[in-house]
Ligand binder design. Structure first.
Ligand code: HPA
Length: 273
């Protein structure tokens, strides 16, 4: 660990100690999911050494620890994006904190643009794999051999099957696909989107990929769900962050159902064990 993870975990435990199992990262406009956490303590990122304070208008920047759908969870309400600082490692301390708190599973959420005309704004998309189109990697400079992370199966097959089952049970049409990470903060050009589609991407966004790499480095199981907030550049007339936030809110109900449904299956495993 790089240093602050244990220290931050101790601060969270001092506020609320519990057998935490699942970490959740909330994306743009998806912050209301944290409101469903019961018995929650909220700790501002300002109070946690090494935590980034998000400059994105729809991100809260607090840790919310409590119970959700029967599971002890630690929610990171607010993430740091590469485009805020030029530093792809800024989510390392938050993720190390989840690991130090005992979390084994990480649920990542984000807002993304769809490359598929049939996957409309408001739809959830389960990420099956990614393309790191930014070229940056949060493990550059890491010295241990653990830096050579195997990215086969990074998006855990068992967790994906559980999310798909929850979608079927709740009649939620769930797209699946490959997420391409572009650095942002400008949106992509229509030509870049055509290129991304040719390369095999189904959605584009400005986050998540560095967190998946760090999480696999730390040995966390990962599942990631996008809320499609727009059709990508060239597929709809204009793009804006305001629209991303608005459509994120439209999609948050389905996302909450998928996440809480997944947590219930994890809780059931524990009860059966
Ligand atoms: N591109 C990149 N990031 C995004 C988009 C997009 O179209 N929509 C939401 N986040």
């Amino acid at each position: 660990m790089s240093g602050y993870g244990q220290q931050c975990a101790a601060i969270v435990r001092a506020a609320r100690d519990a057998p935490y199992r699942v970490g959740i990262v909330l994306g743009s406009g998806l912050g209301t999911l944290a409101d469903a956490v019961e018995g929650a303590v909220r700790i501002s990122y300002n109070e946690l050494p090494g935590f980034p304070v998000s400059t994105v208008s729809s991100h809260a920047s607090e840790v919310v620890a409590g119970r959700l759908a029967g599971c002890e969870v630690v929610v990171l309400a607010g993430r740091a994006h590469y485009y805020e600082s030029g530093d792809p490692t800024r989510m390392r301390t938050p993720l190390e904190t989840l690991k130090a708190l005992g979390c084994e599973t990480l649920i990542l959420t984000n807002a993304a643009g769809s490359l598929d005309i049939d996957v409309a704004p408001g739809s959830p998309m389960l990420i099956t794999d990614h393309i790191n189109f930014s070229g940056f990697n949060p493990l550059i400079g890491e010295e241990s051999d653990a830096r050579f992370v195997d990215m086969n199966g990074a998006y855990d097959k068992d967790l994906r099957a559980r999310v798909k089952a929850v979608a079927v049970e709740n009649d939620i049409p769930l797209a699946e696909g490959v997420y391409a990470w572009f650095s942002g903060p400008s949106f992509e050009t229509p030509a870049e989107i055509r290129m991304a589609r040719t390369l095999g991407a189904d959605a584009v966004g400005m986050s998540t990929v560095p967190e998946v790499i760090l999480a696999r480095f730390l040995g966390l199981r990962v599942v990631a769900i996008s809320t499609i907030t727009n059709l990508a550049a060239g597929m709809q007339a204009t793009l804006s962050h305001a629209e991303t936030k608005r459509m994120g809110l439209e999609g948050v109900g389905k996302l909450t159902t998928l996440v809480t449904g997944l947590l219930k299956t994890l809780d059931k495993d524990e009860a059966d064990a």
